[in-house]
Design a protein around this ligand. Structure first.
Ligand code: NAD
Ligand code: IPM
Ligand code: MN
Length: 368
């Protein structure tokens, strides 16, 4: 049987730095576990713009459609801030999400015990935290029409449109309910039905899907602003949160700080099943290209490494190997190994990006 295929798009800023550590780990699975991937690499974001004048070349888009999974680092950076909107690095990522139809973005926020004192929230608030935000990723205000900057009278007006169809809401709701059934069986749906019609429809459709197809799952609804507050007040009340594209973007960055650092949060963007029964998928850390620390060996590669663990689980049916990798990360953190973003007053063993990757490899070796 052919090896499973992986397309690596490292991107910009710290993207290539954290991806280098994932490549070491892919090499480890090959050498030590006999798990071989057909890996190809290509450009995305500013790196693609520099070569092709576009943040995602059509040939890269075509490759992404063919492989079993895409792994992405990060895109964007100050060098590209002045570019025309249509060719900004972020457009490359948005095109991948849209054309691959990756409507369900799983953003787990898990607080490793070793980092519970490091979060800006109290230990008892975050210790043992294990929640997943399911963010709708291909619609809403990110893609709705009309959009643009227009002239109205003698001034400019910027327009974006929040738009959701019933079927778009229903499919992401199903994905959240399915996930909840494999976890603690609880879904909290967040919108602003008090001020937005799209929020009213969101709440109705999530409730209908629940009542018809998932009555066994505990469902609650919350306004997204109150949800943000509850996430900081007592996040352990949640299991799975399902929400729209923009609210999910904001809530997942907030959830990152419950785990200690944005450098800890992985994500899986999943679409419809392919011929092999596995979903079309792209895996990426939640963080961006971190221009303030790029090129200095300071970036924490754990979010990208855990994104690869999600790929093992969701795209390659290798749950046991995903567990092995996640446990290796947990062990490294328990041993006090810390990139700069994780270094608190209690200290630890300071490491660079590659030092963290090496420590995870050593922990993987120890797992054999
Ligand atoms: P960012 O996530 O890049 O950085 C926010 C802060 O978190 C910075 O202080 C950064 O140093 C820190 N940080 C992020 N990842 C880290 C890591 N792995 N290790 C240690 N520290 C880390 O967000 P930003 O500064 O708002 O955006 C920078 C650029 O990245 C922008 O161009 C933005 O559009 C882009 N961006 C891309 C993605 C993506 O590719 N998925 C996501 C978010 C932002
Ligand atoms: C994310 C990022 C992206 C988003 C940008 C870079 C397009 O913030 O993945 O969270 O807004 O979705
Ligand atoms: Mn974001």
């Amino acid at each position: 049987m052919a090896n499973p295929s992986l397309l690596i798009l490292a991107g910009d800023g710290i993207g290539p730095e954290v991806m280098a550590e994932v490549k070491k780990i892919i090499g480890w699975f090959d050498a030590k576990r006999g798990i071989r991937f057909d890996v190809s690499e290509d450009l995305v974001g500013g790196a693609a713009y520099d070569v092709h004048g576009t943040p995602l070349h059509d040939s890269t888009m075509a490759k992404a459609q063919e492989v079993d999974a895409v792994l992405l680092g990060a895109v964007g950076g100050p060098k590209y801030d002045k570019l025309d909107f249509s060719v900004k690095p972020e457009r490359g990522l948005l095109r991948l999400r849209k054309e691959m139809d990756l409507f369900s973005n799983l953003r787990p926020a898990q607080c490793f015990d070793a980092l519970a004192d490091f979060s800006s929230l109290k230990r008892e608030v975050v210790a043992g935290l294990d929640i997943v935000i399911v963010r709708e990723l291909t619609s809403g205000v990110y893609f709705g029409e009309p959009r643009g900057i227009f002239t109205e009278g003698n001034e400019r007006v910027g327009i974006n449109t929040q738009r959701y169809t019933e079927s778009e809401i229903a499919r992401v709701a199903r994905s959240a309910f399915e996930l909840a059934r494999r976890r603690n069986n609880k879904v909290c749906s967040m919108e602003k039905a008090n001020v937005m019609e799209s929020g009213i429809l969101w709440r109705e459709v999530v409730q209908e899907v629940h009542d018809k197809e998932y009555p066994d799952v505990e469902l609650s609804h919350m306004y997204a602003d109150a949800g943000a507050m509850q996430l900081c007040r007592w996040p352990k009340q949640f299991d799975v949160i399902v929400t729209d594209n923009l609210f999910g973007d904001l809530l997942s960055d907030a959830a990152a700080m419950l785990t200690g650092s944005l450098g800890m949060l992985p994500s899986a963007s999943l679409g419809a099943p392919m011929a092999n029964g596995r979903p079309k998928a792209l895996y990426e850390p939640v963080h961006g290209s971190a221009p303030d620390i790029a090129g200095q060996g300071k970036a924490n590669p754990i979010a990208c490494i855990l994104s690869f663990a999600m790929a093992l689980r969701y795209s390659f049916d290798m749950g046991a190997e995903a567990d092995r990798l996640e446990k290796a990360v947990e062990k490294v953190l328990a041993d006090g190994v810390r990139t700069a973003d994780l270094m608190g007053p209690e200290g630890g063993v300071p490491v660079s990006t590659s030092g963290m990757g090496d420590a995870v490899i050593a922990a993987l070796d120890a797992s054999l």
